[in-house]
Ligand binder design. Structure first.
Ligand code: 5GP
Length: 201
């Protein structure tokens, strides 16, 4: 877990917050803002088999592991949830999350829709928010703008987006859908959802 800032908004007790959405929808920017603006908020560092890309920091963005290690950990049931996304494995290490919630922290999971569905089943009290792009052009523009993927990977991520959105809608596992048009507005919206959920948990 990386630590959060100490500003503003406060919650009474531990909470699991799931932020999902297609690649390029702006999840990471939203999560980064939550870490500094929601009191006691912490990031869950996932494990993944995907290669590092520009801006990634080992142990902060992810634990970058081999497929062998990932599958061994999965076999030992060390992940709270896990999924395969465009040929790579991703998983949320269970222990740090369970411990942090017991300590009353707000844990932010930025995970895909398959993971969100698993969390909804296991931890229905979690807050699950799906971030939508204002339109598909904006997804492409954001992915191209971050310039961190090869063209073929970018194309696969874009091709995956419609399916992810449909899966999120069909699953009924996301009580909240927010359209990320203006980032600052979206952050406020997400914060108020978390506060509302925290207050009545
Ligand atoms: P990226 O490769 O862009 O970092 O992540 C690809 C997708 O995997 C994103 O939708 C991201 O939210 C998701 N993801 C990241 N970590 C996890 C995880 O631990 N579990 C699941 N299910 N998805 C994850």
């Amino acid at each position: 877990m990386s630590s959060s800032g100490s500003r503003a908004t406060s919650l009474q007790k531990g909470k699991l917050v799931v932020i999902s959405g297609p690649s390029g929808a702006g999840k990471t920017s939203i999560c980064n803002a939550l870490l500094t603006q929601v009191e006691n908020a912490y990031w869950s560092v996932s494990a993944t088999t995907r290669p590092l890309r520009r801006g990634d920091v080992e142990g902060e963005s992810y634990q970058f592991v081999s497929q062998e290690e990932f599958l061994a950990r999965k076999g030992r049931d060390e992940f709270l949830e896990s999924a395969e996304y465009i040929g790579h494995h991703y998983g949320t290490p269970r222990e740090p999350v369970v411990q942090a919630i017991a300590e009353g922290k707000v844990i932010i999971l930025e995970i895909d829709v398959q993971g969100g569905i698993q969390i909804a089943a296991k931890m229905p009290e979690s807050v699950r928010i799906f971030v939508l792009p204002p339109n598909s052009d904006s997804l492409r523009a954001r992915l191209e703008g971050r310039n961190s993927e090869a063209d073929d990977v970018l194309a696969k991520r874009l091709a995956n987006a419609d399916g992810e959105i449909a899966a999120a809608r069909d699953s009924d596992c996301y009580p909240y859908f927010v359209v990320n048009d203006i980032l600052e507005d979206t952050i406020e919206q997400v914060k108020s959802i978390i506060l509302k959920e925290g207050a009545c948990a």
